[in-house]
Design a protein around this ligand. Structure first.
Ligand code: CO
Length: 297
């Protein structure tokens, strides 16, 4: 008897459903693909949304994301190619370059803009929204700017490597810590023919997002994910990837589900309609930003 048939909480997690995303126009006119969003958020709890922008045509991205608010969530920006300049209502400013990641806990509220600094060539990146539990939605905002060089790169025994952003892989702890969702965020690159397996907390919701190649995910032959497809994972205590057809790159992301009510208006995600109305009222009055000195980690 195999481990996976003897206990539902054990074994390699199978892909239960896939999504290919839909084209969207966001910010001031950035062409991107929403891999999953509001309609799927309960499945991906605590993750609310995943956007992937990738274009070689500056007309698709130069407009950027001018000033907008966030409250009640965390936004994770992972740049794959190009540079985005970030500025916020508190005077913080910086850039996110290729390979860098910013984990921003908007919490009680920030106003910020995210503007591409590239005028030609390819701009590519991802933004993931992570929900905050009710007790943390109005906490002091925090920024975690992670340069590419600070992300541990762990070699895979039979070829490839894993960038460990958050959570643990092969005894290496990712630098993004003290996040409510207790997330795992791994960027896995495998040469053709290689396979890889890692433990994932059985109680977490988890998904795999295929960036390159067509990785097969799960036990046995697994489920093939096309580039740009996300596979939600079922129960089990580990994840298995195989680069069956071509060298592959995929994000493996997991987090502790909140099971809390969601009240969602654009970039603000709270628990009740009343909290949303309050946020919109504060935006009108100019009192939206409460904590003037966010934590910088
Ligand atoms: Co934003």
């Amino acid at each position: 008897m195999t481990e996976s048939s003897s206990s539902p909480g054990k074994g390699s997690r199978p892909v239960t459903v896939t999504f290919a995303g839909i084209p969207m126009l966001e910010g001031a006119g950035v062409r991107l693909r929403r891999v999953f969003g509001q309609a799927q958020a309960s499945l991906f709890d605590p993750f609310l949304l995943l956007d992937h922008f990738r274009s070689g045509d500056p007309a698709d991205y130069v407009a950027g994301f001018p000033w907008h608010p966030h409250r009640g969530i965390e936004t994770v920006t992972y740049m794959l190619d190009g540079r985005v300049e970030h500025a916020d209502s508190l005077g913080n400013a910086g850039t996110i370059d290729s390979g860098d990641l910013q984990w921003m806990s908007a919490s009680s509220g920030i106003l910020h803009q995210e503007m591409p600094q590239r005028k030609e060539g390819v701009l590519e990146g991802l933004q993931l929204w992570v929900n905050l539990p009710a007790g943390r939605k109005m906490a002091v905002p925090a920024y975690r700017d992670l340069r590419a060089g600070r992300i541990p790169k762990v070699p895979v025994p039979n070829g490839g490597q894993v960038r460990v952003v958050a959570g643990e892989y092969a005894g290496q702890q990712g630098p993004i810590r003290n996040i409510a969702a207790n997330p795992t965020f791994l960027d896995v690159s495998l040469p053709q023919g290689a396979s890889w397996e890692a433990p994932l907390p059985a109680e977490d919701n988890a998904f795999v997002y295929a960036l390159e190649g067509r990785p097969r995910v799960g036990p046995g032959a697994g489920t093939e994910l096309e580039e740009g497809q996300v596979g939600l994972l079922g129960t089990g205590d580990r994840v298995t990837l195989r680069a069956a057809h071509a060298s592959s790159r995929a994000l493996v992301i997991a987090g502790r589900p909140l099971h809390e009510p969601i009240a969602w208006y654009g970039p603000i995600v709270m628990n009740t309609q009343q909290q949303l109305a309050e946020a919109l009222r504060e935006l009108r009055l100019g009192t939206f930003v409460r904590d003037r000195e966010p934590l910088q980690e």
